[in-house]
Write a protein that binds this ligand. Structure first.
Ligand SMILES: NC(=O)c1ccc[n+]([C@@H]2O[C@H](COP(=O)([O-])OP(=O)(O)OC[C@H]3O[C@@H](n4cnc5c(N)ncnc54)[C@H](O)[C@@H]3O)[C@@H](O)[C@H]2O)c1
Length: 296
């Protein structure tokens, strides 16, 4: 989703990915001028050294993403999410910019009542959150780093992840016509995948002004409880049966709302709505066969 947008600006892009999930998304850009794909592992210094050297901006997206995927392979998660970031940071010159996608799940389990700003203490509840917090600390000890604390992303993409909350709820609602929801009052913050990609481009353009800072990135109107989200999904699928479970818990105990004010002052606002994303997902799911559309 991000690479074509960067190419649209007339810039060149090198993607390094080991295609861990057997995906072929980058192939869509293969014929475009300025694009290069390297099948490789970001943990390998021999792969990364010369590639890092020639870049103006580094976007370390490669990671083991999500709580389940990290818990299934904790050593790999640490190597990719922390050690590979430390390697990249050691290989780069101080004048090369890094734009790092951090998860706002670092804010962890709060009361869900107070707006988390970039100053709010990070208290991650999962191994995934902890590895990302550690990587952020490594990067922030050095100059020219922009940290984007992204909300939970939603919306269709070439490797559509069904383990993201909105994507998951819409998929189950459509296919099963029922949903069991734990901790219905827990609040989360969401971001359309196209806004996430646009935000990276904005940061590349304004790297000099934005370097050295941390920004929350989410849609203001998409700070909401799971119950509110499910009720929104139900407006599209009226015969959806929802059970709000009083017993049992969601292992992912995130509960927080987030202020996006600082990013707004830096010139970027996420504009796409949850309604738009849900409609796009419903259209996309008509093309999706049941399969492993998740990280774990
Ligand atoms: N999706 C979200 O809601 C969200 C929110 C906040 C932050 N992020 C961050 O954004 C980034 C991208 O997330 P995503 O949702 O696109 O996840 P994803 O799992 O779709 O993408 C991760 C990519 O990294 C690649 N990869 C994994 N290990 C690798 C290795 N050793 N070498 C090279 N490539 C490797 C995978 O093949 C995959 O293409 C991650 O850093 C994630 O922590 C995502």
């Amino acid at each position: 989703m991000l690479t074509p947008r960067i190419l649209d600006q007339g810039w060149s892009v090198t993607v390094v990915d080991n295609l861990l999930y057997g995906q072929s998304g980058p192939a869509a850009c293969a014929a475009r001028p300025g694009f290069r794909f390297v099948l490789g592992d970001v943990r390998e210094e021999g792969v990364m050294r010369s590639l890092v050297e020639e870049a103006d901006v580094l976007l370390p997206l490669a990671a083991i993403v999500g709580q389940k995927a990290c818990e299934r392979a904790p050593r790999l998660a640490r190597e990719v999410n922390v050690d590979a970031i430390a390697l990249l940071n050691r290989l780069r010159r101080p004048d090369q910019f890094v734009i790092f996608p951090m998860t706002n799940s670092g804010y962890g389990a709060t009361t869900g009542q107070v707006l988390c700003t970039e100053e709010t203490e990070l208290s991650p509840v999962s191994l995934y959150g902890r590895t990302k917090v550690e990587a952020e600390r490594i990067l922030r000890a050095t100059p020219n780093v922009v940290v984007l604390r992204l909300a939970t992303v939603f919306g269709p993409s070439p490797r559509l992840r069904l383990d993201l909350l909105v994507n998951d709820f819409v998929y189950r609602a459509l296919r099963d016509r029922f949903l069991v929801v734990f901790e219905k009052d827990f609040k989360r913050n969401f971001l359309h995948i196209e806004d996430a990609a646009d935000c990276f481009v904005h940061c590349i353009r304004h790297a000099r002004e934005m370097g050295g800072e941390v920004y929350n990135v989410g849609a203001d109107e998409a700070n909401m409880s799971k119950e509110e989200l499910v009720r929104l999904v139900k407006t599209y699928i009226p015969d959806l049966y929802v059970h709000f479970a009083e017993v049992g818990s969601d292992p992912d105990r995130r509960n927080y709302i987030v202020s996006n004010e600082k990013l707004r002052r830096a010139g970027f606002v996420a504009r796409r709505t949850l309604q738009q994303g849900i409609e796009e997902l419903l259209r996309s799911y008509a093309m999706l066969r049941p399969g492993p559309y998740h990280n774990a």
